[in-house]
Design a binder for this molecule. Structure first.
Ligand code: CU
Length: 171
């Protein structure tokens, strides 16, 4: 796990150095909190939908004192889940994050990245990242496949992410 994280981070740094000045300005880290009610009755990613530019880094931090969470990409490599990430993109998996622990990944390939929290996927704790260059449009959603309705309902609409940039759930 550690080794893999290191390699990803190294790749991210290389990407940052090759960015144009315009992209470098947008190259700040995008923060996503893992949240939960104190009694554990609800858990979620905040924001659960984000729009970033190719080469930007996303960082998840567990802000929930009562739970461990993961940020795990939909991919066959990750517990045999259906792939819901762009062709050529590398699946990521944070492994369990204890309270205040963080995980980050740099996403270079444009497209839709859906991810889940391993212990809370069936509670709808899923999120979506759209990686898009400023002029880029026309992202197709993934087929529902055999994911259950609770999970499908958890993904924010691509159009909403593109329109608003960041989407939070009503708490
Ligand atoms: Cu969770």
């Amino acid at each position: 796990m550690e080794r893999r994280n290191f390699l990803w981070w190294g790749g991210g740094m290389a990407a940052v150095f090759s960015l144009s000045p315009r992209l470098a300005i947008g190259g700040s880290v995008v923060e996503i909190a893992m949240q939960g009610r104190p009694d554990g009755s609800k858990v979620w990613f905040d924001p659960y939908g984000v729009l970033i530019q190719p080469g930007q880094t996303v960082r998840w931090t567990n802000k929930d004192k009562g739970n461990a969470h993961t940020a795990t990409a939909y991919a066959l490599e990750n517990y045999d889940h259906p792939r819901r990430m762009p062709e050529g993109a590398k699946p990521f998996d944070s492994d369990y994050l204890l309270p205040d622990e963080s995980f980050e990944v740099t996403l270079d390939v444009p497209g839709l990245y859906d991810y889940f929290c391993l212990p809370h996927e069936l509670s709808g704790m899923v999120g979506r990242i759209v990686v898009a260059a400023p002029e880029q449009t026309g992202f197709a959603d993934y087929p529902d496949g055999d994911l259950n309705a609770e999970i499908i309902a958890g993904f924010p609409a691509v159009t909403d992410i593109l329109a608003r940039g960041s989407l939070q759930k009503d708490e």
